[in-house]
Design a protein around this ligand. Structure first.
Ligand code: C2E
Ligand code: MG
Ligand code: MG
Length: 805
């Protein structure tokens, strides 16, 4: 079966559609041949056979097609199939029945009348799936309905019903058919007015119904003069109708007939006017025909015409109201946040501007509170965006409930809100406390009770009656910018607090911009350097690796700590090129040391990589290039990642990590224990080791709690076959406690601060030569500002990998 082929072999879309449309096409071709034979060949046998072929083919297709394609609703299609069977029976019986006496014709009607009922119910069933019909479709449908009804009743039904020389039931039925047709018109028009995508099935169904209507109208026209049967060509539209409805049911787009695809609110399109125009003209044209007829006929016409006028007025009112509502919705959407329903940045800025231009009777202040949720990204990352949205909506609701109605609460970004409030300074501080408190209250996310905090920046400017204030108030943009700056300060001061803006904060922002620019220049001019800190075997003190740490001297500020400039580089994207520079220099260095014998083959180089670098799929390729360029094996490289990387749910990071791991590159989690990592994360990521954060190492020998933590990390790591390095080891006591706890490797001042390559060579070549690993507790670290001449006592080839030299 074709449907099976579509699932199993997903070929090009065109192929599958052609394949599925084939039965509908085949039926249409057979139908066309049958219709031609029926029309051209003058043989009762051919006529009967043609009708049987068309009728049985059409009915079978209506039974099978919708089921095959899974079209809904099944009941509507079952009713349409029943209608086809009834019509076919009626059509086959009619020629025989009409040949008998007048009442025998009723035998055909006994099949055809239920056929109409089934068809009307079936179409109504399809329409029901469109839900509530739009008012414009209902009104337009009713206009067409009244026009058709007036024509049908006055021109066809009344004359047919009033023929006296035949049984009353035959006349009544003859009058009934045009009325069925009018209802059919109403349903078809409603279908047309509520269908946006006019696919093949829809067009075939409409064509089929139109063909049936044509047949009925032709019969009704001859019925006016009392005839019940005429030329065989009068039956041709029914034959064609059967085939078309069969093809509609077989076509794959039949599934869309039962789906709601409403048209947008419509002005009167020309297609619609084409239907409505004749309907509106009907009462005027009909006055000509009924002028000589009974008063009832004229009354029907008058009522019909009046109803149309009322409908037209309702249509006009509904269109105007529709546009007004759409306009309101549009304006609301443009000025409000869809998730929380709060005003957005646009409306906020307009409101602040409005307040700044008002002249209150008494002096007052306008306060802007810029609020950012702390650690919101973590919620998003750990529990997904849905939970993040829930949290935002909850915070929005709390803020709105906690603050006075006169205060404006707006959402201006992902997790950023702004509150605008008028009052004096003490009011402002009370509002700030209320904001902090209402966000702090625990909330439920995915069955977990979470506490989230907010950092709030406050900025204000004085408003007052004309002439009272000396300085003009700040602009809206300046107020928002100042509040934003103060918010950053609140974050820097430890989060979960509010900070009032003061002018010195701008200085800090400028500083950041300055550092960014200088860092760009340093990178371009190769002014960055790498320092190397030894990693040793805790027991023997033997060198087993080194960590490459970035150093940078700002032209005016002097040495800047990586803890300051790395976050700026991450924010600005500079970390990409900087990270690659570090990889290149560190691998160049290790290659040199391996060649000149400073280090042995097992020596590893630890390189820090930031989360942003790990989202770059090109990282593995860059590493491959470096490894190939300097001819060092991948096993030499250890990448230090932060704990936050492990909870980054982006598949990009996971992919990069596993690419790296597949190459044999080791991955350790830096500063382990300070972030949010849990055992589960270590197990589900391709990491090979952890570096115990120096915060825990510092307490060893003094804090039992820290000892417990390190013991737990060691136990967990050995269960997962992870290496453990302790960082920040400063004292022999810490060294011995670590050894007792089972930590094998250490790094810290006890063996030396990060130093320039030359000094590293000097220290560790000398150690290798004496084979006497003395802790370098007394060695002066090469500070970031050092300008001291470098000792050249060590092996020569240290040129070319340092940068800035
Ligand atoms: P980290 O990777 O945890 O590096 C260890 C930090 O501890 C270094 O600080 C090092 O100088 C310091 N340290 C070493 N031994 C001791 C000790 O005994 N006691 C104390 N108190 N501190 C010690 P540094 O060089 O200032 O680097 C700070 C952070 O900047 C690094 O932390 C790392 O996260 C980041 N960083 C440094 N270089 C790079 C780099 O090339 N790329 C990236 N992405 N981050 C880097
Ligand atoms: Mg590190
Ligand atoms: Mg560290």
């Amino acid at each position: 079966m074709c449907a099976g082929a579509i699932v199993v072999r997903p070929a090009a879309p065109g192929t599958t559609r052609a394949c599925s449309s084939l039965p509908a096409l085949a039926l249409l071709v057979v139908g066309a041949v049958t219709a031609v034979l029926y029309g051209v060949v003058d043989s009762p046998l051919i006529h009967g056979s043609a009708f049987v072929v068309a009728g049985v083919g059409g009915a079978a297709a209506v039974v099978v097609g919708p089921r095959w394609h899974g079209a809904r609703p099944g009941l509507a299609w079952a009713l349409l199939a029943a209608a086809c069977v009834c019509f076919l029976t009626g059509a086959l019986v009619r020629p025989w029945a009409v040949g008998q006496d007048g009442t025998s014709a009723l035998a055909a009607d006994a099949a055809t009348v239920p056929g109409y009922l089934f068809m009307l119910l079936g179409l109504a069933g399809l329409l029901r799936t469109r839900g509530r019909l739009p008012s414009h479709a209902v009104i337009d449908g009713l206009i067409v309905f009244i026009g058709a009804a007036l024509c049908s009743v006055l021109l066809l039904a009344v004359p047919a019903g009033s023929i006296a020389d035949r049984p009353a039931l035959v006349s009544a039925l003859a009058a009934l058919y045009p009325i069925f047709d009018v209802i059919l018109v109403l349903l078809l028009v409603s279908l047309a007015f509520t269908t946006a995508a006019r696919r093949a099935s829809y067009l075939l169904l409409v064509a089929s119904m139109s063909s049936l209507l044509l047949g009925d109208v032709l019969y009704a026209i001859i019925g006016v003069s009392g005839q019940l049967t005429g030329s065989r060509l009068l039956d041709l539209p029914f034959l064609v109708g059967f085939l078309l409805i069969g093809a509609a049911a077989l076509h794959p787009s039949v599934v869309e007939l039962g789906r709601a695809a409403p048209l947008p609110v419509q002005a009167w399109s020309w297609q619609r006017l084409l239907l409505i125009g004749p309907a509106l003209a009907a009462p005027f044209l009909l006055t000509v025909f009924v002028s000589g007829r009974s008063a009832t006929d004229r009354l029907v016409l008058g009522v019909g015409g009046a109803a149309m006028v009322v409908l037209l007025m309702m249509r006009a009112v509904s269109a105007v109201q529709g546009y007004a509502a759409a306009q309101r919705r549009y304006e609301h959407r443009a000025t409000h946040d869809p998730l929380t329903g709060l005003p957005n940045r646009l409306m906020l800025a307009a409101e602040v501007r409005r307040l700044l231009t008002t002249r209150p009777a008494n002096r007052t202040w306008i306060w802007v509170f810029f609020l950012d949720l702390d650690g919101f990204k973590l919620v998003n990352d750990s529990w997904g965006h849905h939970a993040g949205d829930q949290l935002i909506a909850e915070v929005a609701g709390r803020l709105r409930a906690a603050l006075p109605p006169a205060a404006m609460v707006a959402r201006v970004g992902g997790d950023e809100f702004v509150v605008v409030h008028l009052g004096d300074r003490s009011d402002a501080l009370a509002v700030a406390d209320r904001i902090i408190d209402c966000v702090n209250t625990p909330l439920q996310i995915r069955q977990v009770e979470a506490v989230i905090t907010a950092s709030v920046g406050i900025a204000g400017t004085e408003l007052g009656p004309a002439g009272v204030r000396a300085d003009p108030p700040l602009s809206a943009d300046a107020l928002l910018r100042d509040a934003d700056t103060a918010m950053y300060q609140a974050k820097a001061d430890g989060r979960g607090r509010w900070v009032m803006f003061d002018a010195s904060m701008h200085e800090r922002v400028r500083e950041r911009v300055d550092i960014e620019q200088a860092l760009r220049t340093a990178l371009a001019q190769d002014d960055l350097r790498l320092a190397y800190q030894p990693i040793v075997d805790l027991e023997s003190g033997a060198l087993i690796g080194a960590e490459a740490l970035l150093r940078w001297e700002h032209p005016e500020r002097g040495p800047v700590s990586p803890a300051v400039f790395i976050p700026i580089a991450e924010d600005t994207g500079l970390i990409g090129p900087i990270g690659r520079w570090v990889l290149d220099r560190a691998l160049c260095q290790v290659a040199q040391w391996r060649t000149d014998g400073t280090v042995d083959a097992d020596f590893w180089m630890s390189i820090n990589v930031s989360p942003r670098q790990l989202r770059d799929p090109g990282l593995s390729r860059a590493l491959d290039d470096c490894l190939a360029r300097y001819d060092v094996p991948a096993s030499v490289v250890v990448l230090e990642i932060t704990e936050s990387v492990m909870i980054d749910p982006t598949s990009a990071t996971g992919q990069v990590l596993s690419d790296l791991r597949q190459r044999g590159i080791r991955i350790v989690v830096d500063d382990f224990g300070t972030g949010f990592s849990a055992l589960g994360y270590l197990r589900s990521h391709p990491v090979t080791g952890v570096k115990v954060d120096r915060a825990f190492v510092a307490g060893l020998g003094a804090s039992a709690k820290d000892e417990e933590i390190v013991r737990a990390v060691v136990a967990m790591s050995s269960a997962l076959h992870l290496t453990v390095v302790a960082e920040g080891v400063e004292t022999p006591l810490q060294q011995s406690v670590l050894a007792v706890l089972g930590v094998l490797y250490g790094q810290g001042r006890l063996w030396g601060d990060p130093v320039e390559p030359q000094e590293f060579v000097h220290r560790w070549s000398a150690e290798a030569a004496t084979a006497d690993p003395v802790p370098m507790t007394t060695t002066e670290p090469v500070s970031m500002t050092t300008t001291e001449p470098v000792s050249m006592a060590a092996a020569e080839p240290t040129q070319g990998c340092g940068g800035g030299s």
